[in-house]
Structure formats: C-alpha cells, structure tokens
Design a protein. Structure first.
Length: 616
C-alpha cells in the first residue's frame, strides 16, 4: 500500500458507483454545448463496458434484473454522445428492456428530473416541497433544515428547477418519446400511490409553510421570488473550493441546472468552475473513465494510515507522518450546518473528501482520530487537533443515544413520510448501528471510555434496542447486516460489554451461521433494498474481514470460524476477480452503492493485525 501513496501524503482510490454519474455528465456537457470529445469518448467507453447481455445496466453485479433508471440514463447518454443511434443492436436491446419494465414513467426521481430538465419529461404542476419552505427558520416545528445536509443540497436545486419548470432542450437533444410504454405524457415525478400516503402529514407541512409565510413582511406576490433567492444563496454559500456543491457530483450537476433556471449564463464563472470540479472528479477505469459521485481521499487516507499502523508501522515512518500531516490539514475549522442543532461547539471534524471544508461526518472523524492517535501522544499540534475532534464527536451524539452521520437530532417523521422517492431513507439522519458501533469502538479503544460513562451506556442501550431478531444489526453505510453487526459487536466490546453478554453471543452465532464454505462472508446489496439478510453466493474481502474482526473481538481464543476466515483472507489473490470490487459501501438504498477500491486491502489488513495482536 505504501507505494500507492501520493506526494501530498494522501491515498486516492477510485470511488466507483453505477454509470449513472457518467451518463449525467455526458448529458450535462452536451446540454451546456461543451464539446469535450475526449472526455465524452472515455465516459462512453466505461458506460458501454457495463451493459448486460439483455441490454440493461445494473447498480451491482447480482442485481436480480437490470436497473430501469440506470438503463434509461445510459441509453440517453449514449444517444446524446453522438456515438450511437437508436437503430444499433445494443440500443434496441436497451430500449426493449426499458419499455418492458414500464418505460420512463417508472424511472426514479433523479432520472425523471434529468429528462424533465432536457425536455423529455413533463414537469408536474406542483413540486411537493414548495420554495417557501426555504423561508422557514430552523426553530419552527418544520423547516428546510429538517432535511439532512446531503439531502438539502440536492433538494434545493430540484425545488428551483421544478418551480421554474426549467427546460433546456437543444436541436440535437435526443427524443425519448419512444420510451413511454403507455402514453407520452408523464403523470408526475412521484412514485405511484404515494400521494395518498402523504395526504394527512403533507397537509400539515403545507399548512405550516403557508401560515408562516403569510406573516412575513413581504407582499404575497414576492414570497416566491424571496424563496427562490434564499435557495440560490443556500447553494452558493455551500460551494466548496473546487467549485462543487458539497463535492457531490449529483448535487453539483443539479446546481448547474438551477443556476441556469435563475438566469445565469452557461459561461458564468460559477458554472464553469463547477464543471471543472466535476471533471477533476473523474478517475481512470479499465475501460474509459468514471465520474465519482464524491472523492474519498480523506476516508481512504485515514483508513490506510490506521491500518498500516495497526500492522506495525510506527507513526514516525515517513508514509505515516506524511499521511498524518495531510489529515491534520483537512481538519475542518469552519462552522457547517451541523451547528444548527449543535450550537456552542467549535468545529473539529473531518469530511469524506479532500475538498470538504464545511461538511464533517462522524465516520471520517473517528477514522482520522484513529490514524492520529499515536502521534497525538507526543506531538502538541496533533494532540490539540485530536482533542478538538474528540470534543466535536462527543457533542454530536443524538438524544436517543446513538450517533448520526452528519447532523444531530435530524430525524423528522414528517420528512421521512414525504412523497419524495427515498425520503424514508436519505432525507433524514437518524442514529445507525454502524456509526454508533464504530464510534464506541473508537471511544473505548482510543479514548479510554467505558460503560461507566453515561454517554456510553446510552449508546449501548440504543444498540441493544435496535438489534434484529436474528441477532444481527443493519448497517446504513455498508452492506449491510454483516457491516452493522461487525460495528455493533466491536464497539460494545471495546467499551467493556463482556463477550459472553447474551446479545453479543446471539450476534456471534448469526455470523457463524452465514459463513460460506470457503471460509469467507459475502452479502448482496439486495439486503440493503429488502432490509433482510440476503447472501451474495460468494465471499468478498471486506465483508469477510468485518465478520472475522467481529468474531476475534468476541472470542478469547481462536475459533474454527475465525481460523477458516483467516485462511480465506491470507490465501485469496487481491484484485483477482469481481468480488474484490463488489460494492460493499451503501449510499442510497436501492439507488447508490459504492465499490471502494481501497477496501480489499484496508479491512483484511486490520483483521489480520487484530488476529496477530490477540492470539500470537
């Protein structure tokens, strides 16, 4: 791993998702009349390499059928690129697949919005979240800030574009009218039947919004424009130094369309810098290039530094000292939206991307603090940074005892029930087993905290209350039950819960039951969609490492399951087959999954190091 380190001390691996980001990049470049043919050609090559025999595209290799939205996105992008026409065999196959599965009207929200923006789908008469919501202060029972930050930066440009019914259709924009399986006029952007579910709670939201805005000192006719300006300023004030919005390629693309809807020229410096930021997020692949949904340098660097130190490298080793200098430079010193529900605490967290300056998260913060722990024992600057990070981390604990990803106490039931696709899974930021467990593991192993601390006791109580009936835990940001169970077990044991505690032993038995004959573990992304454990039918290095690590923590001496898992990890050939790059990272259930190219190295190295430390 050391030889892959960059000159600035970071490790930078590709964060791979489905071709959705590549498709939307081609559509954006063509819509902006940016003729970067070299980039488009490479994006096309990557998209084409992912097409299945039935003409579809998938979100993950074992998705039972091709994914409708991914296929529409890819089909549209290939047409827009000019490299393919509708009558070519691969395009005919894709079109048949799309129509057989209901056509464009059955696509997901992002696909519908992208096609609406380019004149291929009809905007609904009303977007379910009115722009006036941006005028409500966070102190009210409902406001724009009841959505978590990564949802807000996507929702704000959507609200602007939907309100303006913005369309940018060019003479060469492909015609997608043949993708409507039933009729050419789209009924709206919401999933079928969801409006009925919204009727009760949704009226409360709209009523609250209406009552508040009526009291504002503006003429009613101006409220709309004030709301639009507020959303525009919201986006502009959250642009990162690289020009992107929170470093997400999806939100950045939507922001560009929203600025066009607000009257910006495509040559405006803000838009030009945003496009440059997107281009800088492209990484090389075996076939062409891939636009990352976000860059993961801080995450990869923190995990790499920590795993190498656990395996025996001193913090004074050049690779570690360089990595830690990089991490220290990425500690955030500006206040982000996290302060709204957590006032009075100084910044001190870390974000996912090297470009994040205002959007820290719990997982990256604990990862960075693990990497810096040894240096902080002797270096004053590192110690000061470490202590700031610890204080920020502890302050972010939710009132229910668990930890969120980004923002404290942001789990509105009303928002979770809005008739927006994914509102129940990605609009809020509840406590999760994986983040709570990993935070406990850090606090127990590196901060010396234990069950005697009331904060730790509350976190354990939350985990115990959220254990599944079979003994597992669901992990929100990894796939899925193996990930959550590993995090919960290692976390609770690290803070002093005894390994023979009934809940821990129940989880151990579950892990042992699902071990594969080859000694490894493998869980399908379908688990994340169905919210029940579904085996992959093969073993992956990261999931095997998580399971082995959990069993090591819970076993005073090596067990047959541990030994079998260790043999799998030591005998496998890294990057030997598709399982090395299987997406074991979670983004949006049923929509976004991450194949971390670093995971096949980092997690096995940590598990092997823990095995050696405990048993050898």
């Amino acid at each position: 791993m050391v030889e892959w380190q960059k000159a600035d001390g970071s490790w930078r691996f590709c964060l791979e998702t489905s071709p959705m980001t590549d498709s939307h990049m081609i559509i954006l470049l063509r819509t902006l009349s940016i003729d970067d043919e070299g980039l488009i050609e490479k994006l096309v090559s990557h998209i084409v390499s992912k097409q299945q025999d039935d003409g579809s595209w998938k979100l993950y290799p074992d998705e039972p059928q091709g994914n409708l939205s991914a296929t529409i996105d890819s089909y549209y992008a290939l047409l827009f690129s000019g490299r393919y026409t509708k009558n070519e065999p691969r395009m005919a196959l894709a079109r048949s697949f799309i129509r057989e599965r209901g056509g464009l009207t059955q696509a997901n929200l992002l696909t519908k919005i992208t096609t609406a923006l380019t004149g291929q789908y009809q905007w609904p008469a009303h977007f379910i979240v009115p722009v006036e919501l941006a005028l409500l202060p966070p102190s009210l029972p409902v406001s724009f800030y009841d959505f978590v930050g990564y949802a807000r930066v996507h929702l704000a440009p959507m609200m602007i574009c939907a309100d303006r019914k913005y369309v940018k259709k060019l003479p060469y924009t492909p015609d997608l009218s043949d993708l409507y399986a039933v009729h050419p006029i789209a009924p709206g952007i919401y999933p079928h039947g969801i409006l009925e579910r919204f009727a009760k709670d949704g009226q409360a939201l709209l009523s609250s919004t209406h009552d508040y805005v009526q009291r504002l000192p503006f003429l009613p006719g101006k409220l709309h424009e004030v709301g639009l300006r507020r959303l525009e300023q919201f986006m502009l004030s959250r642009i990162e130094p690289d020009g992107t919005l929170y470093n997400y390629s999806t939100s950045t693309t939507l922001m560009i369309y929203a600025l066009l809807a607000r009257g910006y020229s495509s040559r405006d410096p803000v838009i030009q810098k945003a496009v440059a930021g997107l281009k800088a997020s492209v990484c090389s692949q075996a076939a062409g290039v891939h636009l990352q949904l976000a860059t993961s340098a801080v995450w990869d660097t923190a995990l790499s530094s920590h795993s190498l130190q656990r395996s025996g490298l001193s913090f004074s080793h050049p690779a570690i000292s360089q990595a830690n200098r990089y991490l220290l430079s990425k500690q955030q010193t500006t206040y982000g939206d996290w302060k709204i529900r957590n006032p009075g605490v100084k910044p001190g967290g870390w974000g996912f991307s090297d470009h994040n300056t205002m959007n820290p998260d719990i997982d990256d913060t604990t990862a960075a603090l693990r990497a810096l722990h040894n240096q902080a024992k002797t270096d004053q600057l590192a110690a000061a940074a470490w202590n700031r990070g610890l204080v920020w981390l502890l302050s972010m604990q939710n009132d229910d005892g668990g930890w969120p990803a980004f923002e404290k106490n942001t789990d509105s039931a009303l928002v979770r029930n809005l008739p927006i696709e994914g509102a129940d899974t990605v609009s809020t930021d509840p406590s999760t087993a994986d983040l709570t467990g990993r935070t406990l593991e850090f606090l127990g192993r590196y901060a010396g905290m234990s069950v005697s601390d009331p904060r730790i006791a509350r976190a354990i109580s939350w985990l115990l209350a959220n254990q599944q009936a079979d003994g597992s835990w669901y992990g929100r940001w990894g796939i899925a039950y193996v990930y959550g169970t590993w995090a919960a077990l290692t976390g609770m044991i690290a803070v002093g819960l005894p390994p023979d505690y009934p809940a821990i032993q129940k989880a151990v038995l579950w892990l042992q039951r699902i071990q594969n004959p080859d000694g490894g573990w493998g869980e399908s992304c379908l688990s994340d969609e169905k919210k029940t454990y579904i085996p992959l039918g093969a073993s992956t290095p990261s999931q095997t490492a998580w399971a082995v690590d959990a069993l090591i923590a819970a076993s005073p001496k090596p067990t047959p399951a541990v030994e079998h898992g260790i043999r799998f990890l030591t005998r496998r050939k890294p990057a030997g087959d598709w399982t090395s790059f299987y997406p074991t990272g979670g983004g949006r259930p049923g929509g976004t999954y991450f194949a971390y190219h670093s995971y096949q190295w980092i997690w096995p190295l940590l598990a092997l190091s823990h095995y050696q430390d405990k048993y050898m």
